[in-house]
Design a protein around this ligand. Structure first.
Ligand code: ADP
Length: 205
C-alpha cells in the first residue's frame, strides 16, 4: 500500500516566506510516527487535531489558525455540538483545510497543584482523538502540542504523557489501523523535546 511521505503531506506551495523558514523536518520512528515542524493547517491528513477549548467555538493559538484556514463553515458545524468536556474530543469536517476532518480535542488548563488530574485529562484527549480516528476509519492523524501554549502545560511533562498514550496505542490492535501519526511542533524548543523523547518511546531498530 502506498502511504504518502511526510513531505507529500505538507502543502509547501502555499507557504509564506516566513513559513518556509519552518520547513518541516522529518523523523520517522516505528514507520508510522513522524515529527514535523510547521503549520498544522497545511498538513494533508485524514484528520488534524485542534487544541480546542470547551466551547468549541474557536479561540487563539492553533485553534484560531485552524478556524481561519478552514473557513466559517467549520464554526457553523461546531456551534450545534454544544461544546465538549475537558479531556474529550469531537470530530467535524475540514472544509477549506487540506485535511479532511478536524478532531477538536479539549486539553486541560495546567495547574501545578493538581498534576494528576491534568495528566489524565491530557492523556484522555489524545486517547479520545485516536479512538475517534479509528472509529471513523481514518488512516492518518496530525496532533499539535495540546495544552502547552496558552493552557500552560510544561512541554516536556506533556510530551511524556502524550508519547506514553501513543506508544501504548500503537502496540494495540486498534493502533494498527492508523498508517500515520504526525506530531506537529511549532517552536524549536518543542521540536527538541519531541526529538529527544520520540527516540525514547519509539527507539530506532
Ligand atoms: P492550548 O490552549 O491548548 O495551550 P495553543 O494554541 O495556545 O493551545 O498552543 C498549542 C500549541 O500549538 C503551542 O505549542 C503553539 O506553539 C502551537 N501552535 C500555534 N499555532 C500553530 C499552528 N498553526 N500549527 C501548529 N502548531 C501551532
Amino acid at each position: 500500500k502506498d502511504i504518502p511521505t511526510i513531505r507529500q503531506l505538507y502543502r509547501t506551495s502555499s507557504l509564506s516566506i516566513a513559513q518556509t523558514r519552518r520547513y518541516p523536518s522529518v523523523e520517522a520512528h516505528l514507520d508510522r510516527i513522524s515529527l514535523l515542524q510547521g503549520d498544522i493547517t497545511k498538513v494533508q491528513v485524514d484528520a488534524i487535531v485542534n487544541a480546542a477549548n470547551r466551547s468549541l467555538l474557536g479561540g487563539g493559538g492553533v485553534d484560531g489558525a485552524i478556524h481561519d484556514a478552514a473557513g466559517p463553515k467549520l464554526l457553523a458545524e461546531c456551534r450545534p455540538l454544544n461544546g465538549c468536556e475537558t479531556g474529550g474530543a469531537k470530530i467535524t469536517k475540514g472544509y477549506d483545510l487540506p485535511a479532511l476532518h478536524v478532531i477538536h480535542a479539549v486539553g486541560p488548563i495546567y495547574d501545578s497543584k493538581d498534576v494528576e488530574t491534568k495528566e489524565s485529562q491530557l492523556a484522555s484527549c489524545y486517547q479520545n482523538s485516536l479512538d475517534i480516528a479509528v472509529n471513523n476509519s481514518l488512516k492518518s492523524i496530525a496532533f499539535p502540542c495540546i495544552s502547552t501554549g496558552i493552557y500552560g502545560y510544561p512541554i516536556e511533562d506533556a510530551t511524556h504523557v502524550v508519547l506514553d498514550v501513543v506508544r501504548k496505542f500503537c502496540d494495540m490492535e486498534a493502533g494498527k489501523e492508523l498508517d500515520r501519526i504526525v506530531f506537529v511542533v511549532w517552536s524549536n524548543t518543542d521540536r527538541a523535546v519531541y526529538e529527544k523523547l520520540l527516540s525514547e518511546y519509539f527507539p530506532p531498530d
